[in-house]
Design a binder for this molecule. Structure first.
Ligand SMILES: *[C@@H]1O[C@H](CO)[C@@H](O)[C@H](O)[C@H]1NC(C)=O
Ligand SMILES: *[C@@H]1O[C@H](CO)[C@@H](O)[C@H](O)[C@H]1NC(C)=O
Length: 438
């Protein structure tokens, strides 16, 4: 054969090999709440690209549903607690974060938080028992011949399972709450001089006392976690593996950490090559609205609309608060679409409509949308960034206050405090966002 012919034969052969390559066989770790909502579009994309996706689903879950029509495969496992127990814990946690916390001093918060964390650990262990301590489940997972485990580390043990199955591990996380896995185990550098600690509500611009506070925050996290988290995890991991094992070290073997933030949301910080910042990965162009909703939106004229939701976990607030909010919104010229599960507030204005559910992304992508009133969950914030909609934040708990601090410091949001808020404050905040050209 001539050289040219040989080359083209090689290319042809190579093409055949490439064309016949099958997608990967991906196992997805169980998760809950907004973590699962965030994961789903990523899994859809993986399927679009020819991968096979199997999701591990516990027999008790508030958000994951095996019967849901989707293109995922499911592998279910049994857990030994009831849905009621899980819901009770969620409610307690919400109540603590929303109402109890601001009537407590630091010591009381610390003690209560430690208790809650122990309960969360209890659930996490029960979940993990259902996987690694169940011969049936482990047998199925081994027979599944997975190429990769993709996990949101919200519930721990995915690293242990990946090690037992001998498959590569990819983490996908927003940030690890107080756990600081990425810093502690993933060795992601976090100089306290300019990288604010999780939950500190600081920005990258800190004066001396704030830096000192930030430094103490990191130290406090480490002490708390060593005492109530890593100790018990190490014990569990060691028991399963039959040899002394460090959970943090097991976690550190993750091949890639997909961090669900980006520089539009986060502050500059040092990072490592196996940390990829993928914030906004779930964002998509808007689809048309349902007909009656579109009609309402169009009726707003040049004033446009306000989209308002406090997230998937909060369905009702106190009647008093609902009325404060309703009366504030009644005074603005925009039309308001409010996702709210509680009773209809008396002060509700003619310009405001209440919905059980709204197509949030489609509304944020609508050209008439002027402002997004949000609790400050990362999913919603990213949709707003993606569609270029400024925000009014009413953060409540977990990472929400901190998320809104980020958006405020980037000039994309105004924050109001739910507890002390008067109708005038909310109205003023909405008007500021709409009328300030920055
Ligand atoms: C879960 O429990 C049910 C009923 O006890 C049983 O039939 C099933 O095999 C169990 N599944 C696994 C994965 O162990
Ligand atoms: C929310 O609704 C539930 C019942 O649906 C009720 O028990 C609870 O008290 C309500 N919470 C508030 C803050 O109104």
């Amino acid at each position: 054969m001539e050289l040219g012919q040989r080359v083209s034969t090689c290319v042809l052969l190579l093409l055949c090999v490439t064309l016949s390559t099958n997608g990967g066989n991906i196992l997805v770790w169980y998760t809950e709440g907004s973590h699962w909502i965030n994961m789903k579009p990523v899994l859809d994309k993986l399927i679009d690209r020819g991968h096979r996706v199997t999701v591990l689903v516990p027999s008790v879950s508030m958000y994951m549903n095996r019967n849901e029509a989707s293109r995922f495969h499911y592998e279910s496992f049994n857990v030994s607690f009831s849905m009621e127990a899980m819901e009770k814990y969620f409610e307690e946690f919400l109540h603590f974060s929303m109402y109890e916390m601001d009537q407590m001093n630091y010591l009381q918060i610390y003690i209560r938080f430690t208790e809650m964390m122990k309960t969360e650990l209890h659930f996490s262990f029960k979940y993990l028992d259902g996987v690694v301590k169940s011969d049936t489940t482990m047998k199925k997972l081994k027979e599944g011949k997975y190429d990769l485990l993709l996990a949101d580390p919200l519930y721990f043990g995915s690293d242990l399972t990946a090690e037992i199955l001998n498959v590569p591990l990819v983490f996908s996380l927003r940030f690890s709450f107080a756990h600081n896995w990425e810093r502690h185990c993933g060795q992601l550098p976090a100089p306290p001089s300019f990288v604010p600690a999780a939950m500190s509500k600081l920005t990258d611009q800190m004066d001396f006392s704030e830096r000192l506070w930030n430094f103490l925050f990191y130290a406090l996290h480490d002490v708390v976690l060593d005492n109530i988290y890593w100790k018990v995890l190490d014990k569990y991991y060691s028991e399963i593996k039959g040899t002394p094992t460090s959970a943090c070290e097991t976690m550190s073997r993750a091949d890639i950490w997909l961090m669900r933030t980006y520089w539009d949301f986060d502050f500059p910080r040092p990072f490592l090559p196996n940390f990829k910042f993928v914030g906004g990965i779930h964002c998509r162009p808007a689809k048309p609205l349902p007909e009656d909703m579109e009609e309402f939106v169009q009726s707003s004229g040049d004033d446009g609309i306000v989209v308002f939701t406090l997230g998937s976990l909060i369905n009702n607030i106190t009647t008093e608060k609902a009325n404060v909010i309703a009366s504030a919104l009644a005074q603005i010229p925009q039309k308001v679409l409010w996702r709210y599960g509680g009773e209809k507030p008396e002060a509700l204005g003619a310009n405001t409509r209440i919905y059980d559910w709204i197509p949030q992304n489609d509304l944020l992508g609508h050209p008439k949308t002027r402002v997004f009133i949000t609790h400050g969950g990362t999913n919603g914030i990213y949709e707003a960034i993606y569609h270029g909609v400024p925000m009014v934040g009413i953060p409540m708990f977990a990472d929400q206050p901190e998320n809104m601090v980020h958006m405020k410091s980037k000039g994309a949001a105004v924050i109001v405090d739910l507890k002390s808020m008067k109708a005038e404050d909310l109205r003023h905040a909405v008007n500021t966002v709409i009328n300030t050209k920055t």
